[in-house]
Design a protein around this ligand. Sequence first.
Ligand SMILES: C[S@@+](CC[C@H](N)C(=O)[O-])C[C@H]1O[C@@H](n2cnc3c(N)ncnc32)[C@H](O)[C@@H]1O
Length: 472
Amino acid sequence: MVVLRRLTWAHDLLQQFKRQRHYWRNMDSSLLEPPASVRGMLELQRDAFKKPVQLPRLRVPETDSNKVLPLVKKLLLKMERLRPVRVLEKSNEDGDVAPMREILLHPLAVKSWDCLPTTELLKLKVEPSNFYYNELVLNYDNWRADEIFKSVLPAGDEGLTSYSRIGHIVHLNLRDHLLPYKTLIGQVLLDKVPGCRTVVNKAATIDNTYRNFQLELICGEAQYQVETKENGVLFEFDFSRVYWNPRLSTEHERITKMLNANDVLYDVFAGVGPFSVPAARKKCWVLANDLNPESFKWLQHNGKRNKCLTHMKTFNKDGRQFLLEDVKPDLLKRWKEKTTADYSIHITMNLPAMAVEFLDAFRGFLNEEEAKDFLNQQLNYPTVHVYCFAKGEDTKTLARALVEDNLGLSLTDNLEDINFVRNVAPNKDMYRVSFRLTNEILTTPIAKKTAEEIQRKRAASELEEDSNIANK
Ligand SMILES: C[S@@+](CC[C@H](N)C(=O)[O-])C[C@H]1O[C@@H](n2cnc3c(N)ncnc32)[C@H](O)[C@@H]1O
């Protein structure tokens, strides 16, 4: 009886398979995409994503499924929240129905029985009659966020290419044409990004003094205090009130890797400590400064949480003041104690829109008296890592020129590196220019004429920026 039932079932399936074979040959890749009708959806309707599809399957006895699975592993249908192996029939109380498993196969890779490793399957007594098609209703849960966006957002325009993740916050920078979809985008991210509780969009360009992003809450809780790890170090801060950019993590790591225990770091625009805290954890001696009282608060907090405040002093003042009032005395003390270089000294200046304008602080850093103390001595000169934006054709050359212009001197063999950090806009890149301070820089004040020239160039570039904004 059981055998007869099986034979009839197999026969029916074979007929079904024959009828559909033609259809599967012509099947296109959109089969596994969300339904075309969701394109342009402004308000998320999860039910509208339901889509019935015919899927190829293998029906195998439960006892054999462990042997069959490795043979078809690469052909399994893998989608979000979809188990490719399911229990098909459980054994009944009498034990006369063998428990069966059903294996879902990828319809584009498996268009017929012949697409399977048939020789090996036949050896396991898995035959064409075990192969069949059946309907499955795909739904909203089965697609990733990027697949949902691709199907909903306007087809011709640039889609949602990336977002940043800071603790439980997803941070977007939506182009104008995507703004009508912002609520839907927020909801999908909240649904799909594990641990996400808040979705924000960048509301304006960061041109305020403290460089914190102006945010617009588009979905979830208005809760901006985050905990996040960068390169294994824990940071906590209020994302709406300080500067934090996860895209700088590689650069933070590069600098941290340059440092060894007992080295010195003066971090002029420290933010909440992505250079300073890892350096202090490495037992470098760190002076860290930020003008934003909120960054200063979290800088201290992060030093404390990472148990490295013994190696980190924090300051809350303007960068130039910090260089003259805190960095300079510390340097003088170190040089007086020991001029030989058995440790290195670094100065990080990460305020790319403006940091070069602080470089003239190093010109004539030492007055005549101080300079006399070190006459004819080889000092342990700090390496300055200054960040800048360069816009134009050859951005690397422009970055160097920007530093030289603002320093009022050419970089020669004291230039250590010009390092590309990231692209920020078309034709606009962020660079780190690393160079050693020299006797000439430290002892010769900037000439009046050069200072005037620097001012003139700055005013011209600000004018150009303003007219670019006005023309946008
Ligand atoms: C681009 S963020 C860099 C923060 C951190 N170093 C990083 O890499 O993520 C620049 C920081 O400089 C601070 N800042 C802005 N103007 C400043 C000034 N004149 N003096 C000191 N800090 C300043 C801002 O508050 C901000 O935290």
